[in-house]
Design a protein around this ligand. Structure first.
Ligand code: SF4
Length: 188
């Protein structure tokens, strides 16, 4: 690279001599910057979704390539968030691709110090058995002579991103099992 070319490549030179006197546009571009393209341009499709983290429910565009999530960004069409995501929501891709994500059931027995792997069917059976046992242990036919037919053996606390339909079904299920303590985190 000649001296003249070298000097002309300086951002301050381009700022003082070019059409970007404030140095906020083309004058600030390096050669590397000019070759960069957004990682979203090669996506095969964009799937609309909702951020899974909190009750705000910001809209997300999920970019997919070769069947893999390549980027998650704010959805400008969302009336809730209008394209914005907080730092947590902006890191949603890691929820799918992060190396720390658990894809198998891990179980730590009472008083155990290590995790052990369970197959999903076994884990579901353990949960079902404990629900039945807790329901039975906490069952009250009546309280102070008044018929109650309820259990205090368990409660349900929903997550913030459960939608109306999911909350409706959860309420139906737990009420049918006799629970009276049914709440949603979004209201707390
Ligand atoms: S982007 Fe942030 S504010 Fe929006 S739903 Fe996700 S966690 Fe909540």
């Amino acid at each position: 690279m000649g001296l003249r070319t070298f000097i002309e490549s300086w951002p301050v030179y381009r700022q003082l001599t070019g059409d970007d006197p404030l140095g906020r546009g083309s004058a600030s571009y390096s050669r590397t910057t000019k070759t960069l393209v957004p990682r979203t341009v090669t996506a095969e499709k964009v799937v609309k979704s909702i951020c899974p983290y909190c009750a705000v429910g910001c809209g997300q565009n999920v970019y997919v390539q070769d069947g893999q999530v390549t980027q998650v960004e704010g959805d400008p069409d969302s009336p809730v968030s209008r394209g914005r995501l907080c730092p947590k929501g902006a890191a949603t891709k890691q929820l799918v691709t992060g190396s720390g994500r658990q894809t198998r059931v891990l179980y730590r027995r009472p008083h155990g110090t290590d995790w052990e792997e369970l197959d999903l069917d076994t884990a579901m059976d353990v949960i079902a058995d404990r629900v039945l046992e807790s329901r039975r242990a906490g069952w009250q036919d009546e309280v102070d002579g008044a018929r109650t037919n309820r259990t205090l053996g368990f409660a349900h606390l929903g997550g913030a991103t459960l939608d109306n339909e999911e909350n409706y079904l959860i309420k139906k299920l737990f009420t049918a099992m006799g629970a009276v303590q049914i709440e949603n985190q979004a209201r707390i």
